[in-house]
Design a protein around this ligand. Structure first.
Ligand SMILES: Nc1ncnc2c1ncn2[C@@H]1O[C@H](COP(=O)(O)OP(=O)(O)O)[C@@H](O)[C@H]1O
Ligand SMILES: [Mg+2]
Length: 390
């Protein structure tokens, strides 16, 4: 297993810039997820790491040495694709064994009839069969070894693809949306299996997905990519709590983070809908800002309290079973917010009910006009703000 170092990788296709100076160091044994919307360049970057595509500039190093001049096979990486790429005419066992057969046996030895007559071939084949069975057992598919891919469910095929990737000990695993062909229930199960596989192998994983839930649930660190650039690389909770830009804040989290228009007052305090909020920013005076609050951060109340910041009307109620989403609109504004609350709390509200929203000042995120996060202060609140709360 090895660390992978991606330094300043750029790539264009037909004059269109797809990757622009991407740099990222993935530690030995780390599970790093590259997440971003479709078309942002994730697969291209993964294919460049694997050597299936060549970068215009920049360097890829594995275990400390450059692999730029190395063919894909010589980079010793295991790849799992969305399509699984299983051979339909081979059995599950043959599919899983293939990477070992290709590595350990010569061209002639691999021939089904003649190969058997050559010295050593039988012993290698038996050894490979044992290893393939061990991996199949670890993924619970040993009973499927003699079947062909066409006779398997989507989830089983996905496990065969994982088994084929696991059968040898590569420098690292590269996975490109391996779960996107599974239904929602299978995907949850497969997420847990891949995490388990990572824990067991303690291998370096680079996992590509457009699904932020996969990114959040499996990774040591998440790299958020948009328009061919990395916007932020951090552990999942940090990306969620401390997004560096408004784009990252919006991309990570469902339902999406609430964003309200605000202005910075002369004293640095922030005003939203003519009300002063309990945060002070070090941003240009009188500048417009975006004030962002995660749906679960709102404290809802039927009556205005001393911390109330917004008063609105419940416009839509979404029951999700374990939680309820209250959609709130505001008189005289096109803006609306979503509050995620306990179902027992939600039963106090009907469509058209007035609702008052408060928020822990430490959880308010402020972004300047260019989308960058502005540092906020909540402790040394100026007197105007303090007065507001008595
Ligand atoms: N071989 C190629 N030739 C031309 N354009 C390509 C090629 N591969 C990818 N692209 C383009 O590069 C962009 C990024 O693609 P891709 O890396 O597959 O994105 P993602 O995996 O994030 O969805 C897309 O606009 C895609 O059409
Ligand atoms: Mg892709």
């Amino acid at each position: 297993m090895a660390e992978i170092s991606i330094a300043n990788i750029s790539k264009s296709f037909a004059g269109t810039i797809i990757l622009e100076g991407v740099s990222l160091d993935v530690a030995n044994g780390e599970f790093l997820t590259l997440v971003g919307p479709s078309g942002c360049g994730k697969s291209t970057l993964l294919r460049i790491i694997a050597g299936l595509e060549h970068q215009d500039s920049g360097t890829i190093a594995i275990a400390g040495s450059s692999v730029d001049m190395k063919a894909p096979k010589a980079r010793d990486l295991s790849m799992v694709f969305q399509s699984y790429a299983l051979y339909p005419y081979m059995t599950v066992e043959e599919n899983i064994s293939l990477p070992l057969t290709m590595r350990r046996m010569g061209t002639l030895q691999r021939l089904p009839l003649l190969g058997g007559l050559l010295p050593g071939a039988g012993a290698i084949r038996r050894e490979i069969a044992v290893e393939a069975r061990q991996v199949a057992e670890s993924l619970g598919i040993a009973h499927l070894l003699s079947r062909r891919p066409g006779q398997l469910s989507g989830g089983q095929r996905q496990r065969v693809a994982l088994a084929r990737a696991m059968v040898r000990q590569p420098q690292a695993f590269l996975m490109d949306e391996p779960l996107s062909n599974l239904d929602a229930k299978m995907r949850v199960k497969a997420r847990a299996e891949i995490s388990e596989m990572h824990r067991r192998l303690q291998a370096t994983f680079i996992y590509v997905t457009h699904d932020q839930i996969e990114a959040m649930t499996m990774s040591d660190r998440v790299a958020v990519m948009m328009h061919g650039r990395l916007l932020q690389v951090d552990p999942p909770q940090r990306i969620y709590d401390e997004p560096k830009t408004l784009e990252v804040a919006r991309f990570i989290g469902t339902p999406e983070i609430n964003v309200l228009p605000g202005t910075v007052r002369h004293d640095g305090a922030i005003e939203v809908f003519d009300k002063i909020w309990p945060v002070v920013v070090d941003a240009g005076r009188h500048a417009p800002v975006s004030v962002a609050v995660r749906p679960e951060v709102w404290e809802v109340a039927q009556q205005p309290g001393e911390g109330s910041l917004l008063t609105g009307t419940v416009r839509h109620i979404e029951l999700l079973g374990s939680e309820t989403l209250l959609h709130v609109s505001f008189a005289g504004s096109a803006a609306s917010v979503v509050a995620r609350v306990e179902p027992t709390v939600a039963t106090r509200y009907r469509l058209g009910s007035p609702i008052h929203l408060a928020v822990d000042p430490a959880r308010i995120l402020v972004f300047t006009e260019n989308g960058k996060r502005a540092a906020t202060l909540t402790r040394s609140v100026p007197s105007q703000v303090r007065n507001l709360h008595g």
